[in-house]
Write a new protein. Structure first.
Length: 318
């Protein structure tokens, strides 16, 4: 038994070393030649006030997340657990993947601190989508901003699922993992598929199909505003009775009902049991979101020319 455990630990350690080598190669070969900063342990400790509780954002499966300042820049610092070989392997895996994934709608890796098993990401001042949808003190998001969030997420998923050589699944598309910048541009964070990179077409939780399902659930949540186990049934019944406007979140403003009805149907098809019938993000979902985005921009332009104000000017940010 002990021998098997030693062999398992040795295998994980070899994998970790291999991942470190792959990380170095990936960083050396990156076409954009952006520099991934390396921070010292003392810098990390100073940035988060020696792990002061008021700077902690959350504690998750793989570690604790803090906010702080590093080299005069506000950042998010993810302190990964390092108690086991599996924890250390997870750290190197996440750094490896985050270092090669660059997209406007993915949270950007800024640097690492190997001494502290820390990963440093950009700070997004508007927090996560879940707090905006369920927080008691949160202002309502306009329908334009919600469509923008859908569009941003769709763009990120198209990028991930087409990433060479086999695509990457996010694996945990929940509103908590949608982070929003100062202009409410959405960026995905907290990939669970770091456990299974470059395997979006594999079976199990980490697949393109499961991402599309989760995306559909988030679409419905943005339309209705409330979380519910039977959200798909609520929207389906509303569509069947031609009463979608009755279940749409009215705090979002006056939705473009014709286009949103089509979007609701697509969201429901994303949530279908048969994953082979789920819509293609690039060919079906993206064009509709682009169409609604055009309405958003036209409304914003019309509002500016008339001297009025819109509920959320950030909703049409490109």
């Amino acid at each position: 038994m002990l021998k098997n455990e030693r062999e398992r630990c040795k295998m994980i350690e070899n994998e970790r070393n291999g991942l470190q080598t792959q990380l170095e190669i990936a960083l050396a070969n990156r076409q954009d030649q952006e520099v991934i900063a390396k921070f010292s342990l003392s810098e990390i400790q100073e940035a988060i006030g020696s792990f002061h509780p008021h700077l902690k954002i959350e504690e998750g499966d793989y570690g604790s997340t803090y906010k702080g300042f590093l080299r005069h820049t506000q950042v998010i610092i993810k302190m990964m657990y390092s108690d086991s070989p599996e924890d250390k392997s997870q750290y190197h895996q996440e750094v490896r993947i985050a270092s090669v994934l660059r997209h406007p709608n993915l949270v950007t890796l800024i640097g690492v601190c190997p001494e502290a098993w820390a990963i440093i990401y950009e700070y997004l001042p508007n927090g996560n989508l879940e707090d905006w949808l369920s927080g008691d003190d949160a202002a309502p998001l306009s329908w334009q901003t919600r469509i923008q969030i859908c569009r941003d997420t769709c763009a990120a998923l198209i990028f991930l699922h087409s990433f060479e050589p086999h695509g990457i699944a996010h694996g945990d598309l929940t509103p908590k993992n949608f982070l929003l910048d100062a202009n409410f541009v959405a960026k995905l964070s907290n990939f669970r598929s770091h456990d299974a990179p470059f395997s979006s077409h594999a079976t199990g939780d980490f697949s393109a199909e499961s991402d599309i399902y989760s995306f559909g659930v988030v679409l419905l949540r943005l339309l209705v505003g409330q979380a519910a186990l039977d959200l798909d049934d609520i929207v389906q019944n509303a569509l069947n009775n031609n009463e979608l406007d009755a279940v749409l979140d009215q705090t979002a403003g006056q939705w473009p009902l014709e286009q949103v009805t089509e979007l609701a149907r697509l969201a429901l098809s994303c949530c279908g049991i048969d994953n082979s019938n789920r819509p293609d993000l690039r060919l079906e979902v993206w064009p509709l979101l682009e169409q609604i985005q055009t309405l958003c921009e036209q409304a914003s332009s019309s509002d500016r020319s008339s001297g009025g104000t819109q509920q959320s000017s950030s909703s049409c940010v490109q």
